[in-house]
Design a protein around this ligand. Structure first.
Ligand code: NAD
Length: 261
């Protein structure tokens, strides 16, 4: 175990990639703050499961990532409970698919708030403590869409390009404080977020479900395979290790070759 006595806050960790990252960090000995929406009993089962499986402490923050004061309170909860936030994984995200001229304004605002601004708010709350302790790891879940675009995803692509820029900027600001800041850019990972966008993509492009999976999603990915949540989580664990202490400001693709095209 490499992260014993560290505390990790993982936003959007009641599902998908975030849950896999929280579990992987706990497996390495970190206490974790999990966050996100969902069925209360299911969330409690995940939280208690992390504690019993990995012998660490896990607490749940219900903070809504579209609300700056709740984000700040999540960081304070972690500091009150565990004494520090050493690892911050800004992962919460949503998707909405629509032609730009019909893109609902409230969806644009919500995606920018949750997928981009939430990382700014969590970072500004967590960085002072990391600086004081001269150690920190900030990992932002970006996307292949932080590097390239797809039609009908204007808000998501804008937010993810923004996350890549925020990552580089903060990395430079904290470079001499023992803090690294990186983003991970997965291609398509089979999670509820991807599953949920299939009906909208079917509508926007007039395709069947199978056509969306094979001709839109996996079409982008030269390996023709989905990335797994555990592969993303393993990269996050690596970025927290001493071996990764000189990786900062990087945008690490895990996309089956998508952005090599
Ligand atoms: P998911 O839907 O399985 O999980 C999203 C998580 O975010 C959930 O825990 C959800 O409750 C939480 N969340 C949503 N809105 C929230 C809010 N307002 N406040 C707090 N939590 C909120 O999706 P996922 O695929 O695991 O996505 C996680 C991240 O990975 C996102 O940032 C997404 O953009 C990114 N990503 C996903 C893929 C993919 O193919 N699945 C690819 C690249 C990047």
């Amino acid at each position: 175990m490499t992260l014993t006595s560290k505390t990790a806050v993982v936003t959007g960790s009641t599902s998908g990639i975030g849950l896999a990252i929280a579990r992987a960090l706990a497996k390495e000995g970190a206490n974790v703050v999990i966050n996100g929406f969902g069925d209360a009993a299911e969330i409690e089962k995940e939280r208690a499961g992390i504690e019993s499986e990995f012998g660490v402490k896990a607490v749940y923050s219900p903070a809504d990532m579209s609300k700056p004061h709740e984000i700040e309170e999540m960081i304070r909860l972690a500091e009150r409970t565990f004494g520090s936030v050493d690892i911050l994984v800004n992962n919460a995200g949503i998707q909405f698919v629509s032609p730009v001229e019909n893109f609902p304004v409230e969806k644009w605002d919500q995606i920018i708030a949750i997928n981009l601004s939430s990382a700014f708010h969590a970072i500004r709350a967590a960085v002072p403590g990391m600086k004081a302790r001269k150690w920190g790891r900030i990992i932002n879940t970006a996307s292949a869409h932080s590097l390239v675009a797809s039609p009908f995803k204007s808000a998501y692509v804008a937010a993810k390009h923004g996350i890549a820029g925020l990552t580089k900027t903060v990395a430079l600001e904290v470079a001499t404080d023992g803090i690294t800041v990186n983003c991970i850019s997965p291609g398509y990972v089979w999670t509820p977020l991807v599953e949920k966008q299939i009906p909208d993509t079917m509508k926007a492009r007039g395709l069947t479900k199978e056509q969306v999976i094979n001709d839109v999603l996996l079409e982008a990915q030269p390996t023709k395979q989905f990335v797994t949540v555990d592969q993303v989580a393993a990269l996050a664990v690596f970025l927290c290790s001493d071996a990764a202490s000189q990786i900062s400001g990087a945008n690490m693709s895990m996309d089956g070759g998508w952005t090599a095209k």
